[in-house]
Design a protein around this ligand. Structure first.
Ligand code: GLY
Length: 598
């Protein structure tokens, strides 16, 4: 072999190694962050709040500046979203929260249920399940008509579609057990926004106009949301909602689940044929639960257990993809996307078959999350060809929906909260509680109305998620925290988007942890989604047509769709301070650093 050849061969080898290292190694992320990236996160010397609505993020930032921790700020932001983002923020819905706080647990002596907290690094992690429950009078076939068909109107737009709200209980429990400031302090910004009003933003004015046909079907919603011109800039006051929030601030849980608000809700149900009664409201309990935990490339990932289907599905996809050379194959290359889609389809098959409310169904979680099972799934992925959905599970019809909202908070001590909350559809059932100023969810549609028939998100689910009294419907909400290899807190994320939530969170994590994008670029990067049925890849605008052709050559069907998700995310910086990225897909989202007190 000539010396010249050896030199060239060495040089090519060196060049390849360098290229592979730059492409593959997240350690290069700091270099890439400043010089090579087109998006940049917000920076703060203190804490950070990222949510889908600016005034709500400001409310959280104000609470951080008053000395509140991440839980105080998240609870303040969520109550504020109930005022400023009525399409998804709520009192009449539910959600999930995952938190990590430094130091010993503050919950002792606060009248909290025994918390299965997880010690992680120099702090504790816990999750809060405030998913809505089916009313005690609910039954498995309640949405199936005489001909065996699912009655979509009844399942999504009637009082039967309303599950027992969990948000007030979940936010109050989180605050009582893990907050630092008083309840009055954390609820003050929401009460102020509702009573003094705020100028209607263009996004909300447009959204209310679009929702007019739905809202005008209910006399109370018409009165609350459609009275007067819906012009951007108009001051919008919500005195009834302010009174409800004040009642909750004064009395805690009984302020919502007993007394005048509960009476108004039950009277509405009795008058117009819904199922929720006083016993449902009085018996509702938010739960403290242990987060699901897995390691991905040396990072601890904490996420929500069932009745979220999101956490299990996310961890399954991460485990299947972990050893694959995705960075070398390239961000958004056809080879990378193909592997992701195949992993998504396998994980969604398990989601739809196995998962449900752990208080009602047994699930083989240990097996589904084991390394051996991930290896079995990985072995089913062929790099050259898409595996048709029909080979994996029986077919079902498709449809779509995209609401819910996610907020993330980092505090100056490194505390982190990821909180996702929902009414299910935008404006939920469209029905409001007379005299109380808020909308009710239509979360009963997240149950399997009839095994094998798709819900509004095109999810075809099994009997594990059948309706039963007091049961919580399976959700896709996936609030998630990530830790540095040394156990220090790093990243909080999550998203709305129905069934697209889980794949949105997956992509934020892969973009950040594998492809070395900074937080803002990781959130902004174009997304794809596949959920087995329909057997197609949904892609956002921004994926190259060449890539689409390469995917089609592997037998994928590719469909360009509307944007997916809104992954408002934050990071704790190792040197102190924080970063935040509001998802650019939804106008009005904002990441706001801790505000200095005047
Ligand atoms: N309602 C949407 C979800 O919980 O996944």
């Amino acid at each position: 072999m000539s010396t010249a050849f050896i030199n060239w061969s060495n040089r090519l080898h060196w060049l390849w190694l360098t290229l592979a290292t730059v492409l593959a190694a997240p350690v290069q992320a700091d270099v890439l962050q400043e010089s090579s990236q087109r998006f940049h996160p917000q920076w703060s010397a203190g804490g950070m709040v990222a949510s889908q609505e600016r005034l709500a993020s400001l409310a959280g930032a104000e609470i951080l500046a008053s000395g509140g921790n991440a839980v105080d700020a998240a609870v303040a932001t969520a109550f504020a979203l109930a005022v400023t983002l009525p399409q998804a923020g709520n009192l009449g819905g539910g959600g999930f929260l995952v938190l990590w706080l430094p130091g010993p647990s503050p919950a002792a002596g606060r009248g909290c249920p025994t918390a299965p907290e997880l010690r992680l690094g120099r702090g504790l992690a816990v999750a809060v399940n405030f998913r809505e429950t089916a009313p005690l009078a609910a039954s498995a076939g309640m949405f199936v008509g005489p001909e065996g068909e699912v009655d979509r109107q009844r399942a999504t737009r009637s009082l039967f579609s309303v599950a027992v709200p969990g948000s007030p209980a979940g936010l109050l429990l989180s605050h009582r057990c893990y907050g630092r400031l008083s309840r009055a302090t954390v609820m003050a910004p929401a009460i102020r926004l509702a009573s003094s009003g705020f100028p209607l933003g263009k996004e909300l004015a447009d959204s209310l106009r679009q929702a007019t046909p739905l809202l005008q079907t209910d006399p109370t919603s018409s009165q609350l949301f459609l009275k007067g011109p819906l012009r951007p800039g108009q001051l919008w006051r919500q005195p009834l909602l302010a009174a409800s929030l004040r009642r909750i601030a004064d009395q805690g849980e009984p302020g919502f689940y007993e007394g005048p608000i509960a009476d108004a809700l039950v009277t509405l149900m009795r008058k117009r044929g819904g199922l929720i009664r006083h016993a449902d409201l009085k018996g509702y309990r938010a739960q403290l639960v242990r987060p699901l935990q897995a390691r991905f490339r040396n990072h601890a990932v904490l996420t929500m257990p069932p009745p979220s289907g999101g956490g299990v599905t996310l961890l399954q996809m991460l485990q299947v993809l972990e050893p694959m050379a995705l960075a070398e194959l390239g961000l958004n290359s056809a080879a990378t996307l193909h592997r992701m889609v195949e992993a998504m389809n396998l994980a969604y098959r398990d989601r739809n078959h196995w998962l449900g409310d752990p208080d009602h169904v047994a699930m083989p979680l240990e097996r589904l999350l084991s390394a051996a099972y991930a290896e079995q799934l990985r072995a089913q992925i062929r790099s050259e060809r898409h595996r048709p959905a029909v080979e994996l599970a029986a077919e079902g019809p498709s449809s779509a929906g995209t609401n819910t909202t996610h907020l993330s908070v980092a505090d100056p001590q490194g505390g982190m909260v990821a909180l996702t909350t929902t009414l299910n559809f935008a404006y939920g059932s469209g029905i409001s509680v007379p005299g109380a100023g808020f909308l009710l969810n239509n979360e009963m549609d997240d149950f399997t109305a009839k095994p094998g028939v798709a819900n509004a998100y095109g999810l075809v689910q099994g009997s594990a998620n059948a309706i039963a009294p007091g049961k919580r419907p399976l959700s896709s909400m996936t609030p998630t925290l990530v830790f540095r290899p040394d156990g220090r807190p790093w990243l909080a994320t999550g998203s709305p988007g129905g069934s697209r939530i889980i794949t949105t969170v997956l992509q934020v994590l892969l973009n950040r942890l594998v492809h070395g994008l900074n937080l803002a670029a990781a959130v902004a990067s174009p997304r794809i989604h596949s959920q087995l049925w329909p057997d197609q890849i949904s892609v956002e605008q921004g994926l190259s047509p060449d890539t689409v052709r390469l995917l089609e050559a592997k037998d994928h069907r590719v469909v360009v769709t509307a944007t997916m998700g809104s992954a408002n995310s934050v990071e704790v910086l190792p040197e102190g301070g924080s970063l935040g990225a509001a998802d650019p897909r939804r106008r009005g989202a904002a990441a706001i650093g801790e505000l200095p007190l005047n």
